[in-house]
Design a protein around this ligand. Structure first.
Ligand SMILES: [Mg+2]
Length: 252
């Protein structure tokens, strides 16, 4: 093991999740999911409904494709809805309708507040590129391209496997490893030579299932133990903590 950017020296590619790793959007997603599910549960169960909480977000929703997140959370409450179709209106009481309602709330929040990047992650990406490491973004989000453009980070990734690409190719999302494996393949790097950077438990599961060379858990919300339990090789609060002092310097 070497200490280059905190990665084993066998690693040739870095596969980055977007929300919560590159951008500070995990909290925005969590808020949009909560607003949508609490509205749905209130309509269904009345004032005594059990609200959607942060445990629900971490376990059942975070990192998964939108429709899978809806289905997985509802199943945890013993609720089953018709699937509907991806172009269902946001007021449809279907899996896709609820997903689209959440996406509307998310986009409204992003329009109001904008998207902020983690500068340390952008520094890490630049340092990785400067050392010849290959880079990809692997996200369940169908908004990945717009988000990357809004923070000026499109050029930091050679390959993008996001919700749009996954739907086109019929790839199952996280916790399945397929989207990460597709990114590694597109970069021409074997999975055991690629590192996964993720903040979601579903992302850890994907990293483990794909037998990737290294899985970095980024703990933004205090779920260190859960990230390890789901397969992280290392857990850091920020990518600045993974690199050795000076490795992310401005002039590298
Ligand atoms: Mg994430």
């Amino acid at each position: 093991m070497t200490t280059t950017l905190g990665l084993p020296d066998t690693i040739q590619a870095c596969l980055f999740d977007l929300d919560g790793v590159v951008t500070r959007t995990a909290v925005v997603h969590a808020a949009a999911w909560k607003e949508m599910f609490d509205g749905f549960l209130r309509d269904r169960d009345g004032a005594g409904h059990r609200p959607f909480d942060s445990h629900d977000y971490d376990e059942f929703v975070d990192g998964r494709p939108r429709a899978d997140g809806v289905r997985t959370f509802l199943a945890s409450r013993g609720i089953r809805l018709p699937e509907g179709s991806p172009d269902d209106p946001p007021d449809a009481t279907t899996v896709h309708g609820l997903g689209n309602r959440k996406n509307e709330l998310l986009l409204a929040k992003i329009r109001t507040d904008g998207v902020e990047a983690y500068e340390s992650t952008l520094d890490y990406l630049r340092a990785a590129r400067a050392r010849g490491l290959r880079t990809a973004v692997v996200s369940s989000s169908a908004n990945t391209r717009d988000v990357l453009r809004s923070i000026g980070a499109e050029d930091l990734f050679e390959v993008r496997v996001d919700g749009v690409v996954a739907a086109e190719r019929g790839l199952p999302g996280k916790p399945h490893p397929d989207t990460f494996l597709a990114a590694a393949r597109e970069l021409g790097v074997a999975p055991d030579r690629a590192a996964v950077f993720e903040d979601a438990l579903a992302g850890m599961d994907a990293g483990r299932a794909g037998h990737f060379g290294y899985v970095v858990g980024v703990d933004r919300v205090g779920q260190r133990d859960a990230l390890y339990a789901h397969g992280a090789d290392v857990v850091v609060k920020d990518l600045a903590d993974l690199a050795a002092p000076g490795e992310l310097g401005e002039h590298e």
